[in-house]
Design a protein around this ligand. Structure first.
Ligand code: C2E
Ligand code: CA
Ligand code: CA
Length: 767
């Protein structure tokens, strides 16, 4: 029974305090069977008198005991201790006594009287007392409800305000203990392990030490037989009224006694997902957890579950939004921030520092020939290369700078110049720093990189834009750095370029170039020059390579490097390629007619071959003039890698039409010996960069050329060494390869117009 409940159960106690002893005896007789009667109002009996339910007095005893009676009535408050005054019907009541009605007296009974009258009066007064009792009980219950609500409220506040689970649980335990005066409150969770332990996550109360000595579990063994284990296992509230008398709890009864814990309640905490937990509360009083207490705590546990669920959902959402943020602002492959991040960050920085001296640079980095690695060695190798590049870039920049993957093989670096951190603020100094950073990046990336079984030499072109000079928002800055990079690339890979307004003009020039090229194509303004290919020993011309030239109105001649990229990009290469092939064939026919039986090399670019090149159409251009076997089509090693199977078939078809096939710039790509074996090719053109190195002390060129020569010999291929610029180089090659190798280069002749070539052929014939 809790303190909040109170009931009248025993027979009423009546004090008959009559001065008139005859009357006292009379009442004794009339009422003795129903009441527990007492005849004293003495002070020393105060505690027993507290039990009194009714006092019967007469005028004399009232006069004598008035203060005592008032005292007792006050002590009984808020319950009413009724007083019945018995007065002689024959004498008139003095006004003094009638004035007592409502103070020390509630009713006056005239005697003699009959049993029924007496009984009715007494019943009335006792009902009054019962009513006052009930009222008090109600009031107390109300107080109990208010206090329960207050506890709930306090706990709810804790639940709502807590930012994390641990904070919520420990504040809640503290609040429960403080509000309800328990000895111990704790929250634990079932752990998914073979031994099924319960992990205590929070506890509070003077007896919290009780837990530290205890092994808690939720299995069906002795350890799991505690209230917590039982409530977790069953999912129901478990109440222990007296810990010492429960045989199942014998193992911790002794400790509970030592910590003054007598009764306990454990409430299961069941969640939408995950293992349950429990809220366990201990009281020092046996039988403390009655229905009201239980109801309160059940509501509290419900709210706790609600709060924990809400917190977990929130955490999950936070986690998700962090993940979304990560995905949105990070490049998945390299883990670097992405372009979106840079735009966000840089725009924010530029906006925040509108008028300050914030300055710095955006570097746009584009890898040269990365596509080749991807095409030749597959995306996995390509990806690994990009990851290594990302690491190298991070190694090249300062901590304050940011490396960003823009996409594909393009990266950005944000160079932040902060004068407060010792940065320089003059524009010149920033340019110097940015250029130095670009050079460092190019050097870092250029170091040999081993990946996919090959050593790569990765060049990069870097464009630089400065803020705030070249743009006041990220998009413009990136765009301008991109333009600068494009220009750097156009001028030859491995360079850097600072943006300037002129670069935009360059773009314009490009468009102008395109329309001029179209006109040139229509008007047949192009020319072919022919670079002789000669035998290394006799130095006789045995073939020529057709190289395109574009004479300008001012008499200058544009070289292919200046316009072929535009031709390729705009698709003009198809008609121009056809014109080149046919013109070369027609020229060759003219020479053949004059008795100069040369072979003719014609360069074929990737965009001509793919997609949709038809070997027949190539043959159709050539056949009206010469047999295709006189024509060597030069395809760069890199072009072979794009769609290896399609190219392989195409080469076969071209060869079937009679064309001879050569791999141009051999050594700069990724051909393997086994790949070469499967290709219908007859000639390898050794790249100029190797020839260049011949004779240079300490260079690998000689070794590489030797390997290429051996490889060619084993595959029955001819070789042509490109870029022979000195006689020393020629002799070197001659010694190494003998008659299997032809040569080409400025040492002998650059590309010359047809009529000049005829003159040389004539000379040659004469000597
Ligand atoms: P390529 O096919 O490797 O042509 C050889 C290039 O090296 C030519 O440059 C040639 O002038 C140059 N060269 C030859 N000997 C030497 C030397 O001893 N030293 C140096 N430094 N260079 C030498 P060019 O004519 O400027 O052509 C450049 C590239 O443009 C060619 O490289 C080729 O890829 C492309 N190209 C030229 N003409 C045509 C063409 O008619 N069609 C296609 N598709 N591409 C062409
Ligand atoms: Ca060539
Ligand atoms: Ca070449």
């Amino acid at each position: 029974m809790t303190s909040r409940e109170h009931k009248l159960q025993k027979p009423p106690v009546m004090i008959i305090a009559l001065a008139n002893m005859a009357n006292a005896r009379l009442l004794d007789r009339m009422l003795g069977a129903q009441f527990h009667l007492q005849h004293t109002l003495a002070e020393e009996d105060d505690e027993t008198l507290l039990e009194a339910d009714l006092i019967v007095a007469d005028t004399a005893s009232l006069q004598h005991n008035r203060e005592r009676i008032l005292h007792m009535r006050r002590r009984a408050a808020p319950n009413i201790l009724p007083v019945l005054l018995v007065a002689d019907s024959r004498s008139r009541l003095p006004p003094r006594i009638t004035a007592e009605l409502g103070h020390s007296v509630d009713d006056i009974l005239r005697i003699p009287t009959n049993q029924a009258e007496l009984q009715a009066r007494i019943d009335n007064l006792l009902r009054l007392r019962t009513l006052s009792h009930q009222q008090e009980t109600n009031r107390q219950q109300l107080v109990g409800v208010v206090s329960a609500l207050r506890t709930l409220n306090a706990c709810d506040r804790v639940i709502v305000r807590s930012k994390n689970e641990d904070e919520m649980l420990s504040s809640l335990c503290r609040t429960i203990v403080a509000e309800e005066g328990y000895n111990l409150a704790w929250v634990g969770f079932a752990i998914d392990r073979a031994d099924k332990p319960i992990e205590v996550r929070a506890s509070a109360g003077p007896a919290a030490g009780f837990l530290s000595e205890l092994t808690l579990g939720w299995g069906s063994d002795a350890i799991g037989s505690g209230p917590a284990g039982q409530s977790i296992r069953s999912g129901r509230v478990r109440i222990v009224d007296d810990i010492t008398s429960e045989p199942a709890l014998a193992h911790f009864a002794e400790r509970a006694r030592a910590h003054r814990l007598a009764s306990a309640i454990s409430l299961p905490l069941i969640f939408e997902s995950g293992l349950p937990g429990c809220l366990s509360i201990y009281s020092r009083n046996p039988g403390h957890f009655g229905p009201e207490e239980r109801q309160l705590l059940e509501r509290l546990a419900d709210n706790l579950v609600f709060g924990l669920n809400a917190l977990r959902t929130l955490r999950e959402r936070e986690h998700q939004s962090a993940e979304i943020h990560y995905l949105a602002y990070t490049d998945a492959l390299t883990g670097l921030p992405n372009r979106r991040h840079l735009v966000h960050y840089l725009d924010g920085m530029l906006e925040a520092n509108d008028n300050s001296e914030t300055s710095g640079a955006v570097l746009f980095i584009d890898l040269d020939r990365f596509k080749l690695i991807n095409d030749a060695l597959g995306h996995e190798v390509g990806d690994q290369v990009l990851v290594q590049i990302a690491q190298r870039l991070q190694g090249a920049v300062r901590n304050a700078d940011q490396v960003i993957r823009q996409g594909g093989d393009e990266f950005l670096v944000l160079m932040i110049n902060d004068p407060r951190q010792g940065g320089t603020s003059t524009r010149e100094q920033i340019i110097i720093n940015a250029c130095a950073l670009a050079d460092r990046i190019i050097a870092h990336l250029g170091a040999p990189m081993l990946e996919g079984g090959f050593t790569h030499h990765i060049g990069a072109s870097v464009g630089i834009s400065l803020y705030p000079d070249h743009g006041r928002n990220a998009t413009t800055l990136i765009e301008n750095a991109d333009k600068a990079m494009f220009e750097a690339k156009r001028q030859g890979s491995g360079g850097r370029m600072l943006f300037s307004e002129d670069l935009s003009a360059n773009r314009q020039q490009r468009f102008a170039m395109e329309s001029r090229l179209r006109k040139a194509l229509d008007n047949e303004e192009f020319e072919l020059h022919y670079q002789p290919i000669f035998e290394l020993d006799s130095c006789r011309i045995v073939a020529v390579e057709a190289l395109i030239r574009w004479p300008q109105a001012d008499g200058k001649i544009l070289m292919p490097g200046a316009f072929m990229s535009v031709v390729e990009e705009t698709g003009m290469i198809k008609p121009l390629g056809d014109w080149i092939l046919e013109t070369a064939a027609r020229q060759l026919k003219a020479w053949h007619d004059q008795g100069y039986m040369l072979a003719m090399s014609v360069n074929v670019s990737l965009n001509q071959l793919y997609p949709g090149c038809i070997a027949e159409s190539f043959a159709a251009l050539v056949k009206p003039h010469v047999d295709p076997r006189w024509i060597h089509l030069e395809v760069t090693e890199n072009a072979l890698m794009v769609d290896p199977e399609a190219i392989e078939t195409l080469l076969e078809e071209l060869h079937a039409q009679g064309f001879q096939l050569a791999i141009d710039d051999f050594g700069t790509g990724y051909s393997s010996l086994s790949r070469l074996q499967h290709l219908s090719i007859q000639t390898l053109k050794i790249d100029r960069s190797f020839t260049n190195e011949l004779g240079q002390p300490g260079s690998k060129g000689a070794a590489l050329v030797a390997i290429i020569q051996q490889m060619a010999a084993s595959l029955n291929l001819y070789t042509i060494a490109e870029g022979i610029e000195t006689d020393e180089q020629r002799q070197f090659l001659l010694e190494m390869a003998g008659v299997n190798c032809w040569g080409q280069g400025f040492w002998f002749s650059c590309a010359i117009p047809a009529n000049e070539l005829v003159a040389r052929l004539r000379d040659q014939q004469e000597t």
